[in-house]
Design a protein around this ligand. Structure first.
Ligand SMILES: [Zn+2]
Ligand SMILES: [Zn+2]
Length: 233
C-alpha cells in the first residue's frame, strides 16, 4: 500500500533532482549523474574558505565548515535551493555538514541560528533556505534553533549588485542584534547556504558577539572558489 501511495505521489508531485531537474525515485535526493559530478575540495575549518584568508583578516567567528565548492552541479543545486524550493539539495548536504561540525569539534553549541532575510525577500520565496539548513542540523544534533537572534534591515540593492568592498560595508550595517535576547557565555552555530567573501557571516557574528555570545561556529553548504568563473552569491 505504501508503495502505491508513493507512486501516486510521484505522479502528482514528482520528486526532482535539485541539480538538473530530472525526475528521480521518491526516496532519492539527487540523480546518479549529478551525484557523480558533484565536486569536492578542501576548505579551511577556521575561515571556511577554499583560499584561506585567516592570515589577512580578523575573523569575527571562531570556525566555519563548508561542504562543497560552488561550481557546476553544486551551483545548480544551491540556486535551486535558494529560489525554487530545491530542499533535496539541503537534505543531501546537511548530513556531511553535520559530520564536518562533529569532526571539527563544533557541535558543543547551545543554539543553532541562521543568517536572516529581509521580510520582503522572505515573502517572495516563502522560506529562508538558511533556516531550513539550521532546522535539519537541529534535528541531527538535538541542539535547539532560535531564529530571532539577528535581524536584517531593508535595503535597496541585493548582494550581487555590489562589489566586494561595497558588500562588506553593506553587510556590516545590514544585520543587527535583537535587543530582547541575551547570549551571555553561549556558543552558537550560524547557518547559511553559501560563503563567498565571508562578510555576511562576519557581520552576523558581530551582531551575535554584541549580545554576549562566547563562541560562533558557521555551517555552510557551499563555498565559492577563486579559480572558477562564477564567484557571485
Ligand atoms: Zn541530476
Ligand atoms: Zn582560513
Amino acid at each position: 500500500m505504501g508503495r502505491v501511495l508513493d507512486n501516486v505521489a510521484d505522479f502528482f508531485y514528482p520528486n526532482c533532482c535539485p541539480c538538473c531537474g530530472s525526475v528521480i525515485p521518491y526516496d532519492r535526493l539527487i540523480c546518479d549523474e549529478c551525484a557523480a559530478k558533484l565536486a569536492t575540495c578542501s576548505f579551511c575549518p577556521k575561515c571556511g574558505r577554499h583560499e584561506c584568508i585567516c592570515e589577512n583578516s580578523e575573523l569575527s567567528y571562531d570556525g566555519c565548515v563548508t561542504v562543497i565548492p560552488y561550481t557546476s552541479v553544486g551551483r545548480d543545486g544551491i540556486l535551486e535551493l535558494k529560489y525554487r524550493d530545491g530542499f533535496n539539495f539541503a537534505k543531501l548536504l546537511c548530513e556531511p555538514l553535520f559530520k564536518r561540525l562533529s569532526e571539527c569539534g563544533y557541535l558543543d553549541a547551545d543554539i543553532i541560528t541562521a543568517v536572516p532575510m529581509t521580510i520582503i525577500r522572505r515573502s517572495e520565496t516563502g522560506y529562508n533556505q538558511a533556516e531550513y539548513i539550521a532546522k535539519r542540523l537541529s534535528k541531527l544534533s538535538g541542539i535547539p534553533c532560535d531564529f530571532k537572534l539577528i535581524r536584517k534591515r531593508l535595503r535597496s540593492k541585493t548582494q550581487h549588485e555590489l562589489d566586494a568592498e561595497e558588500r562588506q560595508l553593506e553587510a556590516r550595517s545590514a544585520y543587527y542584534p535583537n535587543p530582547k535576547r541575551n547570549l551571555d557565555g553561549k556558543t552558537v552555530i550560524l547557518c547559511d547556504d553559501i560563503i563567498t567573501t565571508g562578510s555576511t557571516l562576519s557581520a552576523c557574528s558581530e551582531a551575535l558577539r554584541s549580545m554576549g555570545c562566547k563562541k560562533i561556529y558557521c555551517a555552510v553548504l557551499a563555498g565559492t572558489v577563486q579559480t572558477e568563473d562564477n564567484n557571485k552569491e
